[in-house]
Design a protein around this ligand. Sequence first.
Ligand code: 2RA
Length: 329
Amino acid sequence: MSNVAIVGATGAVGQEFLKILAERHFPVEELRLLATKRSAGKKVLWQGQELEVQETTHESFKGIDIALFAGGSASTEFAPSAVKSGAVVIDNSSAFRLDPEVPLVVPEVNPEDVKNHKGIIANPNCSTIIMAVAIKPIFDLAGIRRIVVSTYQAVSGAGREGIEELEAEVKAWSKGDEMTPAVFPYQIAFNLIPRIDVFQEGDYTKEEWKMVKETQKIFHAPDMAITATTVRVPIFRSHSESINVETEKLVSIAEIRESLCKAKGVIVDDDPSSDRYPMPWFSADTDEVYVGRLRKDFSIAQGLNMWVVGDQIRKGAATNAVQIAELLL
Ligand code: 2RA
């Protein structure tokens, strides 16, 4: 049994941690809920117990074995104190992901990297995790030379506030009221925004660079060529991705399909004859990564296209982190 702390327990990912620890019967002795001062004192019901949210401080981690950090600035501020107290931190922020001393883990891809931790294990970005699970069987079967990915990311990727902003805008639109975007740079209702996070080098966004650099680190493949365009869409939950893969070896689509069907964490939902393909509406609230629209890319010698969908709060964040915690056990 472990003593577990959740830092950021009242946010979208924090709340999902609570659900997933219970669903997966994670052996919890004590569950300590931590958040900002603003949320301290809130009561949360978990497995029949009423737990009170406490303000996170540097002393919050005494006796804690595993600290699940939901993301945000709390990680840089408090993760080192949690490690000093003897906890293993599983961190969903981007603060430590590219640190060579910190393993970046997707359990279906590189579970063995967990062993190399020095107190912190990083959980990759949500859209990176979803892509990594889907490309892993192809990587193992045929090697990957290049990936071109475009994402269609749900508003909940921006947390509870993102969900509230889309809801408010849809209500405002139906009443003919004006919209006042605050979380997103423009109205997201009935719109698409081709910019997630800040612009960085080469006019790519931070989200796009995460997909490139984190994927290369997870697969220990610094030469895997990856280019990404990340887009926010007016969907509440589940990120979708159009992924074009150029393989190292020539393999048939039938072989790729077979490897995807056998892969852990993947559901192939692909039947044009019966109009079957993955969609966010159906993947929301599940842990698998769904693959469909699998087809040859006729424009190159060794290429394929696929459409991939996954719940980014679950597999893209909380479930992946709890799976990492399970590896530690
Ligand atoms: C987003 N990738 O969807 C972020 C969340 N980690 O905005």
